[in-house]
Design a protein around this ligand. Structure first.
Ligand code: ATP
Ligand code: MG
Length: 419
């Protein structure tokens, strides 16, 4: 017996309706926010993620599924959705279309991490990416899309926002960070020490307890924003407040990827332990150009579907009922069974979720099985029914029975169920 690879999960037949519920909520939100779906390959040239996610990130340094294909090219399974979306935007010349280009995706993503609750090696993301607008209203719109999505799922998560400024304000902030961290550097982790030289901002993202203590006293980016970035951030906050969306400013959020600028945000919940970030995003005005396109401001987010599922299960968020078959028709003997096959097929072609026996069960066992599937109506066909051209349809939820012409089962169901 060969087992599933570590850090991956099956979705079982009696669980997939939960995934569909989340995915439908995502598509519903995307529709009203006027976003169009994009699909990119599961693997890309490794270079795309090195440049697109950033060489100083954990994702690129430690977590990528990278391998050489048979042609000797280095390819990587996508660890996130943004880099591929940006490549798609550039490669297909979408900067020449009407801006902003508003996109969304639902995709698997792969990271070689230590598996634990809410942390997998293959996981799934619903993400949106909007290209071409630098307006703070776009930031607010993207945050609202994330918030409406979580609301649809009945998930309560707190919104934390920050601005990490642009290149010019960050230069000064990085100097302040270096001044602050340099006397503490010896007691900080190796990753932080290497980030100190390459990208001190990323130190703020460290999860080590010892480092976190030092980080708590670090200067705050919000005190270093240039005029333009400060005004942009104020614009975002005003729009969120005006629409009654609660948030807190957390100057420690820098996000895991390198090319963020200005607004960054996370939706966080305490209900699923350490891996509490269910959705993270931000503006990445430099990335399109970095990857070879025309300078194009952009912003997006990604929400982890497994983490949301975990959160919904832990907080008993209401999933809709699993869709059950509407009618089960049992056949008593071979001739009746063949007739039932025709009846059920006809119902299915008309859009009714219908079922029949495939296991040569006795009538009693067929009833027991039908009951287990949660079906609403059950009918039996035998010699008498074939002769009289009528059948009894039993409503399993209230026990009532009605006799119906055998060729009129469909119209009976339509009338009963207001289909
Ligand atoms: P974390 O701090 O939890 O490692 P991250 O900053 O690496 O998160 P992002 O790259 O922003 O995460 O990914 C967006 C979302 O994808 C996360 O908020 C989370 O919900 C989900 N996610 C990220 N990594 C994993 C994983 N290994 N397993 C399951 N979900 C994940
Ligand atoms: Mg991570």
């Amino acid at each position: 017996m060969i087992n599933i690879p570590k850090g991956t999960k099956d979705v079982l037949p009696n669980q997939s309706y939960k995934w569909q519920f989340i995915e439908n909520a995502a598509r519903g939100v995307a529709r009203v926010f006027n976003l169009s779906e994009i699909r990119t390959p599961v693997f890309e040239h490794t270079e795309l993620f090195k440049r697109g996610v950033g060489e100083t990130t954990d994702v690129v340094n430690k977590e990528m599924y990278t391998f050489e294909d048979k042609g000797g090219r280095s390819v990587t399974l996508k660890p996130e959705g943004t880099a591929g979306a940006v490549r798609l935007f550039i490669e297909n010349g979408l900067s020449n279309s009407a801006l902003p280009v508003k996109t969304y995706y639902i995709t698997p993503a792969f990271r070689y991490e230590r598996p634990q609750a809410g942390r997998l090696r293959e996981f799934h993301q619903f993400g949106i990416e909007v290209f071409g607008s630098k307006s703070y209203a776009t930031d607010a719109e993207v945050i609202f899309a994330a918030s409406s999505f979580l609301e649809k799922l009945g998930v309560k998560a707190r919104l934390e926002i920050n601005s990490i400024g642009c290149k010019s304000c960050r230069a000064e902030y990085n100097r302040a960070l270096k001044n602050y961290f340099s006397p503490h550097l010896e007691k900080m982790c190796a990753t932080c020490r290497s980030r100190f030289d390459k990208n001190p901002l990323r130190i703020l993202d460290c999860k080590e307890e010892g480092c976190k203590k030092v980080i708590a006293g670090a200067p705050k980016i919000t005190d270093y924003l240039c005029g333009e970035c400060a005004a942009h951030f104020k614009g975002v906050k005003n729009l969120l407040s005006a629409q009654g969306l609660d948030y807190t400013v957390n100057p420690m959020i820098v996000r895991g990827l390198d090319y963020y600028s200005k607004t960054v945000f996370e939706f966080v919940s305490e209900a699923i332990g350490a891996q509490g970030t269910v959705c993270g995003g931000g503006r990445y005005d430099g990335l399109v150009e970095e990857l070879g396109g025309q300078p194009t401001p952009a912003i997006g987010f990604a929400a982890g579907i497994e983490r949301l599922l975990l959160l919904m299960e832990n907080t008993s968020a209401p999933f809709p009922e699993e869709d059950k078959p509407l009618i089960y028709i049992a056949g008593l003997d071979e001739k009746s069974r063949d007739y039932v096959f025709g009846m059920v097929t006809e119902l299915r072609l008309k859009g009714i979720r219908a079922e029949l026996d495939h296991m040569d069960r006795s009538v009693k066992a067929q009833f027991k099985y039908a009951d287990k599937t949660g079906v609403k109506y059950v009918a039996v066909v035998g010699e008498d029914e074939l002769k009289n051209k009528t059948i009894n349809i039993k409503n399993m939820s209230d026990g009532t029975q009605e006799t119906v012409n055998i060729s009129e089962v469909y119209s009976y169901l339509v009338q009963k169920e207001n289909l």
